[in-house]
Design a protein around this ligand. Structure first.
Ligand SMILES: [Zn+2]
Length: 74
């Protein structure tokens, strides 16, 4: 996990209340697949996510809007 990812998570943690609202759905972006993916979370208390497509752990969390803008997902 890169430092950038840790920053992202801290930011999410600070904003966690927002995610309870409908418009702030959390999405997962896999850096290997370069798309939004479904993930598995082996430790429900940890920030470890595994891509269900390629089993990479290079997952970035964010709102769908933020991820699409940030990673230029089509
Ligand atoms: Zn993947």
């Amino acid at each position: 996990m890169s430092y950038e990812d840790l920053l992202n998570i801290d930011e999410l943690w600070n904003k966690r209340e927002y995610f309870k609202e409908d418009r702030w759905g959390v999405a997962y972006f896999c850096k290997k697949c370069e798309q939004l993916v479904e993930t598995q979370r082996p430790d429900s208390r940890g920030y470890r996510f595994i891509c269900t497509q390629c089993e990479s752990e290079e997952i970035v969390l964010g709102t769908k809007e933020w991820l699409i803008t940030n990673y230029k997902i089509k």
